[in-house]
Write a protein that binds this ligand. Sequence first.
Ligand SMILES: NC(=O)C1=CN([C@@H]2O[C@H](COP(=O)(O)OP(=O)(O)OC[C@H]3O[C@@H](n4cnc5c(N)ncnc54)[C@H](OP(=O)(O)O)[C@@H]3O)[C@@H](O)[C@H]2O)C=CC1
Ligand SMILES: CC(=O)[C@@H](O)[C@H](O)COP(=O)(O)O
Ligand SMILES: [Mn+2]
Length: 383
Amino acid sequence: MKTISLLGATGSIGIQTLDIIRQHPDSFRLSAFSAGRNERVAEKMIAEFNPALVSVLEKDTADRLQSNFPHVKVLYGKKGLEAVAVHAEADTLVNAVIGSVGLEPTLKAIEAGKNIAIANKETLVTAGHIVTAAAKRAGVHLLPVDSEHSAIFQSLQGEQEKNISRLILTASGGSFRDKKREELKQVTVEETLNHPNWSMGAKITVDSATMMNKGLEVIEAHWLFNLPYDQIDVLLHRESIIHSMVEFLDRSVMAQLGSPDMRVPIQYALTWPDRLPLPDTKVLNLAEIGQLHFQEVDFERYRMLYLAYEAGRTGGTMPAVMNAANEEAVAAFLDRKLSFLQIEEMVERVMEHHSPVPSPELGTILEADAQARATVRSFLFRT
Ligand SMILES: NC(=O)C1=CN([C@@H]2O[C@H](COP(=O)(O)OP(=O)(O)OC[C@H]3O[C@@H](n4cnc5c(N)ncnc54)[C@H](OP(=O)(O)O)[C@@H]3O)[C@@H](O)[C@H]2O)C=CC1
Ligand SMILES: CC(=O)[C@@H](O)[C@H](O)COP(=O)(O)O
Ligand SMILES: [Mn+2]
């Protein structure tokens, strides 16, 4: 029996994680979870899973939940997130919050000896060197949940790091993959949120359309698999059936395939090195699909991917700054304060303004993150 604490239970990954726990009551139990603002869904989750501890974003919500569920400990804010992350009964933390807010609770969980099933890619992008070193020191596992990284992780079982030639991350191309750059000037929020293959939270769906998602994933892969950026490639693959590949020195290529369903990588992160059935996932029928398509990435069309490689190669505080600027710019786009193409303009401007600090400590990263957000807001104020 594995006991799980879950950050971001009310989101897309969080809800699917709870479905895995629900389907395997003999294998998993939930001891603590966090939600943001979605009080109604959080209430239902408390009633169904009976956790010992819950945290929400704001005090008002916490007070109401506490009076409705007196037997549950209810906290809020940053302290609440950290309490969920280190909950004493849990052996594994599933980090499914959105954004760099996931970083500090992850570090606390690592220090408390928890294995981390990591969906929150922003944590690794922002402070990959700190998170991976802390995990090594604590002797805990960082288990990928992101579908591409799970595919690579699965393809690497029984293999040795020294034999890897390169990683090939597949990319669907996102909502506008059939549009030219000129056609992106007028696209709406609703069109952007219409991903061709995956149903996900709003922020990652926008990132997928700008290709920042793939850029974040390149940096995530760099830290998870300890490879230089020259050995991490991206390949357009519109069906999202091959979730990613590993090429070895002898040019053998291992890949993991499956119908797009995030519960598969979530469950693998929780069962590794074992597996469990997942009866209601769609069987992959390649004969029905007929053809799989592949195409090289055009870095001019997808400038955000270019910027992310630049940020990754520059290192230091630059990936954290790029990520924070992107989080703020995407929020402004969803709020209809920026157009789609202005997201990348904003990220590029903030990166140009930043003088990266090499090998930053946590405090320096948090400062750079806050400064990048303030810069976006000041640009927005002037726009
Ligand atoms: N969705 C997917 O299929 C995939 C997602 N990922 C990654 O997983 C992570 C989660 O993505 P996704 O599930 O789509 O995101 P969602 O937006 O669907 O969910 C985010 C969760 O975080 C909570 N939350 C939001 N802001 C805060 C905050 N400031 N403090 C505390 N909690 C907060 C939300 O609470 P509430 O809703 O209650 O306000 C919600 O529970 C991201 O890093 C994403 O890149 C990776 C691969 C696939
Ligand atoms: C499901 C998942 O892992 C997402 O990160 C997915 O990869 C988004 O797809 P694209 O970024 O390839 O459009
Ligand atoms: Mn992914």
